[in-house]
Every structure is written in structure tokens, then in C-alpha cells.
Design a protein. Sequence first.
Length: 327
Amino acid sequence: MNEATNDQAGGVPRAAGDGSYDVVAVGAGAAGLNAALLLGRARRRVAVIDAGEPRNAPAAHMHGFLSRDGLPPATLLELGRAEIARYGAGLVRGRVEHIDPGFHVRLDGGPVLAARRILVATGLRDELPDIPGVRERWGKDVLHCPYCHGFEVRDRPLAVLGTGPGAVHQALLLRGWSDDVAFFAHTLDLAAEDRERLEARGLRIVEGRIEHLVADGDGLRGVALADGRTVPRAAAFLFPRLVPNDGLLTRLGCEKDGGWVVTDRTGRTSVAGVWAAGNVVDPRAQVVTAAGMGSAAAFAINNDLLEEDVAGAVARRRAATAGGGVR
Ligand SMILES: Cc1cc2nc3c(=O)[nH]c(=O)nc-3n(C[C@H](O)[C@H](O)[C@H](O)COP(=O)(O)OP(=O)(O)OC[C@H]3O[C@@H](n4cnc5c(N)ncnc54)[C@H](O)[C@@H]3O)c2cc1C
């Protein structure tokens, strides 16, 4: 069942007479909502469809967004939904299964929305390593981004779990937040050069396979190793495998490079009429960056629609002139 909200008319978001939208955005995180805000204010007919699983939902607070620092992530989205509603942009709760060229946006077991342009802002998935305790503490005191949560654990005993590429850089970076950072080599075969860099920066390297994370009601307590040792730690960082939710884009034929759908600076993909913004195309995008990408895409989409509107008006005028309708 797909529930339409923010609706001025009371059923589905405001659409054109033929039921179509200028733009359907898939994903109502920061990227999709900011695009909808600009497009609604540009008086375009916009629907945003959202499955309700924003990436930062496990975190209690969002940091690094000017004027919104420390806000619960869900509150930012609530505020965004209320803002787009003011401009007639509607939110439809549901999951988009497929987008037919042209465009027809098919929701799971629900309506099919017709749109002139598409914005995909579906984010990415963090694939976590299979270490007991990681999933339970994810977003609380098992973290990935020092810029998002490093300040909150500054000067504490920190762990970096060597679960994949990027862990060494993450450890070197974290040293800026604490002078007690332990690098758990786990299954990584550390290159001599990396070992030297870590040690030169004062990081402690802990050898051995991680068995599980130790936590109690107050949070993370330590990292337990297969050899029976437990190293006390207050927070752990790791680098998840980042998997873009880009199936809708790839099935439309959007080109990829290095595992990510390619866009220009406005978010335009290789398929005419299709834009993408936020983490679905840029794993580095924080909330503020994703919102900015949505904004840039909205400008470009509105210009593209304008060109089509003008071309249509000129064609109609010429046809009328040729038929003697306009003097
Ligand atoms: C634990 C954690 C904490 C973080 N903390 C911070 C922080 O403090 N500060 C910061 O700046 N960044 C933080 N981030 C990063 C932040 O989550 C991203 O920058 C941000 O979510 C990207 O926004 P987005 O709009 O691209 O994607 P998202 O916010 O993930 O939104 C995508 C939306 O699309 C929906 N969707 C996906 N597929 C479909 C579909 N087929 N149909 C309909 N809807 C769909 C999803 O349900 C979701 O609601 C954190 C990330 C994590 C994992």
C-alpha cells in the first residue's frame, strides 16, 4: 500500500491534468528532498517517492551541517518534508521497483507515475563486516566517518578495525581526534610501509583476528581477539563496503565507471532526462553535500524542462502560423 502525504489535493501529490509530473524523484533523503524543494519553488509538479530507509538512521545525531549540527537525522527529514509540502511537492511512501523509459515509474504493488524527468537519489548500502557486535553497535559507537562523529569520541581510546582497504588511511586520519588509536590488523596483511606510517604517527598495532566486540548497557567496552585477549576501547571505526542503490539507473542504461554511475557536475547521467544525486553516485557525500547535489540537479532539470517547454511553444506557434492561425 502506498500512502501519499504532503498532499495539497488530498489524494496523490499535485499532478498535471493528464496525471503526469514534471519530475519524479526517487528517494527522500537530503538529496531528493532538497531537489524537490527547489523544483516545487520553481512551480514544477513534483512527486518524491521514498521507502523510508535513510542511510544515517542508526545514528542518534547528525553532525557537520551548518545550522543543523547535532539534530537527529529523522528531524531533518521531517523538516524537509514539511518544507516541500508548502510548495505542493508531494511525498509518496513506497518503493520504486522499475522505471520504464519515457518515463513511467512503477511502485511496488501501487500506482504508476508518469514523469517528464527523473531524479534518482536512492543513496547507498553500508555492507558491514561479519564480526559479532558490529551490526548492533553500528551508528552508536561503531562508526565510519570521523568528520561525522569523531569529535564526540575525541581523546577516548579508539579502535580501527582492519576489515578492508581504507582502514589504514582511516586510522591515520583518526589520530587527529585521539592520541590513543589502536589499529586491529584482523585479517589484513599489513604492508611494511603502512606499518611504518602507522607507528610513526604513534598508533598501536594489535595483531590477531577479532573474535567479537564487547559491549554492555553503557556502550562499547572493548575488542575481543581470537587468542583470548580483550583490548579496552570506547569506540571503533571501520570502513564498510559501500554499495550504491543504483539498480533503477543501471536498468535505464546509465553508464558506470569504477562501480559508480557517471554524472556531470549537475547530476545528469548518460541517459537523456535522468539525473542522480547524493550517495547513489557519490560515496563521499555527507548530508550537506547530498543536499547540495540535489539542489544542483534541480536547477539543471528545470532548465532542461524550460528548453523543452520553449521548443514546444515555438513548434506550436509555427504550426499555427503555417495554418493561418496566428497573424
Ligand atoms: C551511521 C551513519 C551516520 C552518519 N552520520 C552522518 C553525519 O553525522 N553527518 C553527515 O553529514 N553524514 C552522515 N552520514 C552520511 C549520510 O547518511 C549521507 O550523507 C546521506 O544519508 C546521503 O543522503 P542521500 O539523500 O544521498 O541518501 P539517503 O539519506 O540514504 O536517502 C536515500 C533514500 O532513498 C530511499 N530509497 C532507496 N531506494 C528506493 C527505491 N527503490 N524506492 C523508493 N525509495 C528508495 C531510501 O529509503 C532513503 O530514504 C552518516 C552515515 C551513516 C551510515
